[in-house]
Structure formats: C-alpha cells, structure tokens
Design a protein around this ligand. Structure first.
Ligand code: ZN
Ligand code: ZN
Length: 270
C-alpha cells in the first residue's frame, strides 16, 4: 500500500497546480491513497498574530477546499482520496482549534509546529535568527512545543517533527534526548508521526524525521505514515521509496492510515 497523506493545494495561496493535476501524478506513481492536507486558517489566533500567506486565508476558503476535494473523490476511482488538514499548533489555543475543526468531515488532522513564539523559524527570510540564538536552546524550545502538540489530543499525525533542522542548523551533540522525549510524548498522546520527504528539498537535505527519532518511535510503538508535503503536482509521492527504506530500517512493517479520524494499520510493501 503506497500512501501520501501530506499534500497541499493552491487554496493555501502558496502551492501551485490544479487538484486534478495532483491526482494525475498520484496515478502515475501508483499511489493507492492520497490525502490532501491543506493549511487550516489561522482563525483561532488574534488578528495581529495571523499571517494570511501561510494558510487558507478564510473559513469560507477552507469550506470551499473541502467541497473541492469531496467533488474530486466523486470523480476519481483510483487512488482513494482522503480529506485531511494541516493545523499549525500554537500553545494555548487547543479548545478553539478543536471547536473550529469539529464541523468538517475530516479523515485526519496533521499537527505541525512552524513557529516558536512569533518566530516563523521555517521561513527563509527569518533565517538569521538561528545565529542570534543558542542552537541548543532553540531545539529545546522547539521539541517542548512539539511534545505539547503530541499530547494535546488534537491531532492524528504529527507533521515533519524535526522541522527545526530545515536550514541545516544541527545540534552538535545529536538528538538522542529529544528523540526519547518526543517518542514518549507521541505514545502518551496516541498520535502517529509522518515520514515527510520534503526535507530532502530544503538545505538540510534530509527526511523528517532523522533515523534516530524513527528508531525511538519504533521502540515506543508509535505508528508512522508517509507524506511528501507536495506544494506542486510533480512532488506528489516524491522520494517515498527512501521513506519506506528508512521505515524498514527502523523495524516498521505497517503504517497508519485514517478514515473519518479512525486509525487503521496497513502493510505498505505488498
Ligand atoms: Zn508544515
Ligand atoms: Zn505541509
């Protein structure tokens, strides 16, 4: 079973192509399941903290995204199409996010951390902040927030869980401590973690998460799934062979997939 559960659409304003084009690539690479997971509006935040560039700008736009994917489901025989969402996790806004998500017929919710406080650390223009701060402190703060996301009960999947390495700023002493802590949080929170191949397309040139995190997740019995984080049709299903190889190396034989927020474990290599 080949799946890609992390795919954006142009509804978020920074992806390209029609959703039909994404489906054609999915068919060409032989996906059995593809899940759209566009960025949920930052509607839960006070106005001053919203940035319309990085998410579907309005709730009306989000409803339209859901309608478009539902229509696509009706007109597509293969692959199976799932409706997901990627939600920015911000400490303190859980209840608001929960009630905003409730009306939507979602198959799964990906929780991602893209900010530390007001610092959008995954945006190139803000890159110099990495040299201004202590790297160990940055990692500490980042993993603290990701662990909160994992135990928040809001999410089915944690997205690109070591995104903080995106621009190649690494911890000199490695990730072992964070890996253990994060894996324990995922187990406690009952979430799955995606292997997200988009890291290969960024300066770090490495899949999210690093192999050491994957091994810690396996040791804690935390399910995984696969995502390309495609923002253009040609990236659908990209580098999934490597993701599968890493999963196998860590010991995994099954992956998680979701329908109407119920998790199901499937074999990916038959
Ligand atoms: Zn993301
Ligand atoms: Zn994404």
């Amino acid at each position: 079973m080949l799946v890609d559960l992390h795919i954006h659409t142009k509804a978020c304003g920074h992806a390209e192509g029609t959703i039909q084009e994404y489906v054609r690539v999915a068919q060409a690479v032989g996906l059995q399941q593809m899940g759209f997971s566009d960025h949920f509006p930052q509607y839960f935040l006070p106005m001053a903290h919203r940035d319309p560039r990085w998410a579907v700008p309005t709730m009306a736009g989000f409803r339209e995204y859901i309608r478009a994917v539902q229509e696509l489901q009706r007109e597509t025989a293969q692959p199976e199409i799932l409706i997901g969402v990627e939600v920015d996790y911000r400490p303190g806004w859980c209840e608001r996010v929960r009630s905003l998500l409730r009306p939507f017929p979602l198959d799964y919710v990906i929780g991602s951390v893209h900010q530390i406080g007001d610092w959008a650390f995954d945006i190139l223009a803000d890159d110099e902040e990495y040299s201004r701060r202590d790297i160990a402190d940055i990692y500490e703060e980042y993993f603290h927030i990701v662990c909160q996301a994992a135990t928040s009960g809001l999410f089915d999947i944690i997205g690109h869980c070591d995104l903080i390495k995106k621009f190649g700023y690494r911890l000199p002493n490695g990730l072992a401590g964070h890996a253990e802590r994060f894996a324990a949080a995922c187990r406690a929170g009952g979430v799955a973690v995606e292997i997200n191949t988009s890291g290969l397309r960024y300066p770090v040139q490495e899949v999210f998460p690093a192999q050491i995190i994957l091994s810690a997740l396996f040791a804690q019995n935390v399910p995984i799934t696969f995502g390309s984080d495609a923002h253009r049709p040609e990236d659908v299903g990209r580098d999934l062979e490597l993701a599968m190889h890493m999963a196998r190396e860590a010991g995994y034989k099954k992956i998680a997939t979701f329908r109407r927020r119920r998790r199901e474990m499937v074999s990916w290599h038959d």
